[in-house]
Design a protein around this ligand. Structure first.
Ligand SMILES: Cc1ncc(COP(=O)(O)O)c(C=O)c1O
Length: 360
């Protein structure tokens, strides 16, 4: 029976070429590889969450109404313009399912977050790449706005994804350029602000004026809830309504919905954590910049991209010293590079010492 199964043949062609996503886990290593917030939740939050009455025997509220109302107060966007997801990863796939597919295409700007392309491939959506441009310093990037607009003019393009600040480069793109792409492209522009809380910049205020703008956010980064898988999209009700048609009915579990509601009451505490992580990252950046052989790219997020002469050696030796960072394969414009996020203050001190020993 099993012999008769032709898995490869039966598979959709767009899936056949894919490799399963693998995330590295090395026990006992300090994890600086996933751009998370390593600080503990604000005092009292865990107790409040665990003390909440959650009906675990019932399906969650598919409309996530309480969470949407809390998000509405937090973002200023009406609840009808909010869609929550099982992490932004789910929302990225939902966007491709709804507006992509075999007849649609998305414009992305490599090097950028790998899930845009992965979700496009899974759903058979076409991908048009308009790479970033390196600035004169060679340590910063900018958007190729003209190139993006030209690509977006093709009829099969339905979406443009701008990641701001961009993962893995850390680049913050100018607001005027993003808004120009929104105004002139006529296509759905998704601005992924997963790290927006760290840069302090957002285009959420433009949603009432831009029917084609969607802003994507997550609780996985500053809000330190990567394990709970909670992300959300903000836009005008018509576009959110379209996405809702393709959404799984119970996509966000009750526990994560409650955690999101509670977390939004701790805005001040999280803002302070953001300031701590940014200061910590600056300390790491300064230490790396002292090595003439290391290229450190400008960042406005809680992580940075850097390029030592031998990235593989630095990566391996850091593991040997108890630190897991991220190797970035062969990035367009950059080549092999490394990415790390700010850890706990006490770990960062040891990291800087370890880097000093490895790079000297
Ligand atoms: C730019 C960007 N968007 C989205 C995500 C996914 O976040 P989530 O944990 O909400 O799925 C990440 C995670 O690394 C990211 O870097």
């Amino acid at each position: 029976m099993v012999d008769k199964m032709k898995l490869e043949e039966w598979m959709r062609p767009s899936i056949r070429t894919l490799k399963a996503y693998e995330s590295k886990s090395i026990p006992d290593c300090v994890r600086l590889d996933a751009n998370e917030n390593p600080l503990p939740w604000p005092p009292g939050m865990i107790e409040q969450l665990l003390g909440s009455a959650i009906a675990f025997n019932r399906y969650p509220d598919g409309g996530a109404q309480e969470l949407k109302e809390a998000l509405s107060r937090y973002t200023g966007v009406p609840a009808e313009g909010i869609l929550t997801g099982n992490g932004s990863d789910e929302l990225i796939q939902l966007l491709m399912t709804t507006f992509g597919g075999e007849k649609g295409a998305v414009v992305i700007h490599p090097p950028t977050f790998s899930m845009y392309e992965a979700a496009a491939r899974v759903t058979g959506t076409g991908v048009l790449e308009v790479p970033l441009l390196l600035t004169e310093t060679g340590r910063d990037f900018r958007l190729d706005v003209e190139g993006i607009l030209k690509a977006a003019a093709q009829p099969q393009v339905h979406m443009i994804v701008l990641c701001n600040p961009n993962n893995p480069t850390g680049t913050l793109f100018p607001r005027e350029e993003i808004l120009r792409i929104v105004a002139e492209s006529g296509k759905i522009v998704i601005v992924d602000e997963a790290y927006g809380e760290f840069s302090g910049e957002s285009v959420v205020d433009q949603i009432p004026y831009c029917p084609n703008l969607l802003v994507m956010k997550t609780f996985s980064k500053l809000f330190a809830m990567a394990a709970l898988r909670l992300g959300y999209l903000l836009g005008q009700p018509s576009i959110i309504g379209a996405l809702n048609r393709a959404r799984q009915p119970f996509n966000v579990n009750s526990f994560s919905q409650k955690a999101g509601v509670i977390a939004l009451n701790y805005g001040e505490e999280y803002a302070e954590q953001g300031r701590i992580l940014i200061a910590e990252l600056a300390r790491i950046a300064e230490a790396l910049t002292a090595f003439a052989s290391v290229k450190v790219f400008a960042t406005r997020a809680n992580f940075l991209l850097f390029q030592p002469e031998d990235p593989d050696r630095v990566y391996q030796e850091l593991i040997g010293k108890g630190f897991l960072i991220r190797t970035m394969g062969n990035l367009p414009l950059v080549g092999k590079a490394l990415r790390l996020s700010a850890g706990l203050p006490e770990d960062n001190g040891r990291l800087i010492k370890a880097l000093g020993e490895i790079l000297k």
